[in-house]
Ligand binder design. Structure first.
Ligand SMILES: Nc1ncnc2c1ncn2[C@@H]1O[C@H](COP(=O)(O)OP(=O)(O)OP(=O)(O)O)[C@@H](O)[C@H]1O
Ligand SMILES: [Mg+2]
Length: 262
């Protein structure tokens, strides 16, 4: 896998983040770096038997580096499809998606999946932790699979669990953690490789409002402190209001972009 890190994605992996000597300023100035995600005229149609669903219909969308964007809209409006198509998890029928200036359609499936593993983090509503592995092992696993030596993977996983406030639960199995704690483990796992972009599909969807607010505090802190770009889907106006910007979808179309404060 390592050889692919020398491809065009180097520009993304080398983007300065807080803590690096090259990092200058706060999240605001990072956003001056220009778009890290750029989609133009994206079409995505699902065909199953006789039913044809235009899940994305001429969607154009940009996210600035260091920005936190919330995608909102009714069930079935295309939010998950948007995330899957922007992150290259799913193919598109027309249009273009670029990440850090590179067109996804010019990349092979292998290069794309390697890139996702090394430079993107994913958080899901249902946590998706492996039930037989401890919190520590769940965070370690993608690092080991990516070829990191065990010792380095262990140290890094422990540091990420500390970052999300769960150092004292590292040995717990998922069933021995609360929902909010399980989502923190999933966030630690998503952050394991220090990804430039974190995609989160309803990260607080299974949590009560107090736990949802705690998870958002964590994501906002990570965004501020590390300058990572976040795109998150939510049905909650409270959650969306914490993002820099809300993108609203309806029937496969983006109907508005607004600062979350307006
Ligand atoms: N694999 C698929 N095959 C066929 N149709 C699909 C597929 N995935 C999604 N769709 C359809 O595409 C539309 C958009 O789905 P999507 O999952 O993006 O909605 P969503 O906004 O994420 O909804 P929710 O808030 O319920 O998660 C829906 O009408 C859905 O039925
Ligand atoms: Mg969805």
């Amino acid at each position: 896998m390592a050889h692919l890190r020398h491809s065009g994605w180097g520009c993304l992996r080398n983007m300065p983040v807080k803590g690096d000597p090259d990092f200058e300023g706060d999240g605001e100035s990072l956003m001056d770096n220009g778009p890290i995600i750029s989609a133009t005229g994206v079409m995505k149609t699902y065909r199953s038997r006789e039913v044809v669903v235009e899940a994305l219909n001429d969607v154009s969308f940009e996210v600035m580096s260091g920005e936190m964007v919330a995608v909102m809209g009714p069930s079935g409006s295309g939010k998950t499809t948007l995330l899957n198509c922007m992150s290259g998890l799913d193919s598109i029928d027309a249009g273009d998606v670029s990440i850090a200036g590179q067109l996804l359609r010019t990349m092979s499936d292998d290069a794309l999946s390697d890139y996702r593993a090394s430079s993107m983090g994913f958080v899901f509503q249902a946590y998706n932790l492996l039930p037989v592995l401890s919190a520590q092992e769940n965070v370690e696993l993608p690092l080991v699979l990516a070829g990191n030596p065990q010792k380095q993977a262990s140290e890094r996983a422990a540091a990420k669990l500390e970052l999300v406030g769960l150092a004292d639960r590292a040995d717990h199995l998922p069933a021995e953690l609360s929902g909010g704690q399980q989502q923190r483990v999933a966030i630690a796992r998503a952050l394991a490789n220090d990804p430039a972009i974190v995609w989160a599909d309803e990260p607080t969807g299974n949590l009560d409002s107090t736990n949802a607010a705690d998870i958002m505090d964590l994501l906002v802190r990570l965004n501020n402190e590390h300058g990572q770009t976040f795109v998150l889907v939510t049905h909650s106006e409270d959650v969306g209001g914490r993002a820099h910007r809300i993108v609203r979808m309806s029937d496969g179309v983006i109907v508005s972009h607004s600062d979350s404060s307006s």
